[in-house]
Design a protein. Structure first.
Length: 343
C-alpha cells in the first residue's frame, strides 16, 4: 500500500511538472513578443502621470491633446534629427530642444498663460514608420539621447538660452546681433563651419520669372506711382546691397524697395539667405548656399564633430560659447499631472 501511494505521488509530481512545462511553452511566444516589441513602449509609460498640453492640426482645425511628456519630447526630437546621426550629436540636439520647451513653459507659467506647446512632433505610430525595420535601434538612440541628458538645459546669466539650429550654414554661422540688432545673445556669434561645404544639398540653384518674383515679394514692396504699378521688373531692378559677416545677404534692393535677405528668402521659400543673383535665360537666377537661417548650431557640422570624437558638451560650447549646461529640473514642476485625453 505504501509503495502504491508513493508511486501515485510520483505520477502527480510528473503531471504537475509537465503541466508547468506546457504552460511555459504556451506563454513563451507572448513573453518574447512583449520583451522584443513592448519593452520600449512600456518604459514610456513608467512616468505617464506627467502630461503636456499640445496644440495640433486636426481634421477640424486646431485640437488640444494631452500627451505624455516623454512621448512628446521624443517626437519633437525625432522630427528635427536627420536620418544619419551620431550619438553625441543627438544628445546636443536633445539639450537644445529641451531648453526651448522649458523656456516656453516657464515663460507661459510666469505670464499666467495656458501651458500649451505648439511644436510639431511625431506620434509613436509615426516614429515606428520612420524607424522602419530598424525601429528598435532607432528608438533606443532617441531614448539614449533623452536619458543621458536628463533635465539638462542651457542657461545664460541665469536665464534660458536661445537655442536655434539649422541644417547647414554657408560655411559660417551667423551673429545674432547682426540678424536681430540686439545684444542679448552674445553666445550666438559667427562660427566657422567649413565642413558644411560638403553638406547634402548645400548649393541650390533656382530660376524664376521676374513677374513671379515680383508677385511673391509684393507684400513688402513699397507703393509706387500708378504708371509704374504694372511694370514688370528686370534684372537691373534687383541688387544686393550688403552682406553680413557670415556671407548672408543683409540688404537687397528690389525696384524702389530695400528689404532684408531673410524677407526675400521667406517670400521665395529659399533654402538660405546666403544667395547670389544672376540674370537667367528665363528670369532671375538665384544660387543659395546652406540650409536654414544660419543661427546657432549647424546640424551638419555638429554631426561631423561627433564623428571626430567630440562630446555633446563640446559641441554645445562651440556653438553656444559662454552658456552654462545645467540641470533644469523635472518638467513636472512646470505642468500639472493629469489624465491623457486624446481627441
Amino acid at each position: 500500500m505504501r509503495q502504491e501511494m508513493m508511486r501515485q505521488r510520483r505520477i502527480q509530481q510528473k503531471m504537475r511538472s509537465m503541466g508547468a512545462f506546457l504552460l511555459i511553452l504556451i506563454l513563451l511566444p507572448y513573453v518574447a513578443t512583449v520583451l522584443i516589441h513592448g519593452a520600449d513602449r512600456r518604459s514610456l509609460t513608467e512616468n505617464r502621470d506627467c502630461y503636456v498640453n499640445v496644440k495640433i492640426d486636426g481634421e477640424n482645425g486646431n485640437e488640444l491633446r494631452a500627451v505624455p511628456w516623454q512621448e512628446y519630447f521624443l517626437g519633437v526630437l525625432a522630427l528635427e534629427l536627420p536620418e544619419k546621426k551620431e550619438t553625441e550629436f543627438c544628445k546636443a540636439q536633445a539639450v537644445l530642444i529641451r531648453t526651448k520647451l522649458y523656456e516656453e513653459l516657464n515663460r507661459k507659467q510666469t505670464a499666467g498663460e495656458d501651458l500649451i506647446l505648439t511644436d510639431r512632433y511625431l506620434s509613436m505610430e509615426e516614429l515606428e514608420q520612420k524607424g522602419g525595420e530598424d525601429y528598435k535601434t532607432y528608438y533606443k538612440e532617441l531614448r539614449r539621447a533623452m536619458e543621458e541628458t536628463e533635465n539638462q538645459v542651457l542657461f545664460y546669466q541665469g536665464n534660458y538660452a536661445w537655442t536655434p539650429f539649422h541644417q547647414s550654414s554657408s560655411g559660417m554661422t551667423r551673429s545674432a546681433q547682426e540678424v536681430t540688432g540686439e545684444e542679448n545673445f552674445p553666445y550666438l556669434a559667427v562660427r566657422e563651419c567649413p565642413l558644411d561645404k560638403e553638406a547634402n544639398d548645400e548649393m541650390q540653384i533656382l530660376e524664376l520669372p521676374y513677374k513671379e518674383v515680383q508677385t511673391k515679394c509684393q507684400p513688402f514692396l513699397v507703393a509706387v506711382e500708378e504708371e509704374q504699378a504694372g511694370k514688370t521688373y528686370t534684372f537691373p531692378d534687383f541688387e544686393i546691397l550688403s552682406y553680413d559677416s557670415a556671407g548672408y545677404v543683409a540688404e537687397l534692393r528690389i525696384g524702389e524697395t530695400v528689404c532684408t535677405g531673410d524677407q526675400f528668402r521667406d517670400a521665395l521659400s529659399l533654402s538660405s539667405s546666403a544667395f547670389s543673383l544672376q540674370e537667367g535665360e528665363e528670369g532671375l537666377k538665384i544660387t543659395t548656399m546652406g540650409n536654414g537661417h544660419g543661427l546657432g548650431m549647424s546640424q551638419w557640422t555638429a554631426n561631423e564633430m561627433a564623428k571626430e570624437g567630440k562630446t555633446y558638451e563640446e559641441i554645445l560650447q562651440f556653438f553656444f560659447e559662454g552658456t552654462e549646461l545645467a540641470d533644469g529640473g523635472d518638467v513636472e514642476t512646470m505642468v500639472h499631472p493629469g489624465e491623457a485625453s486624446e481627441k
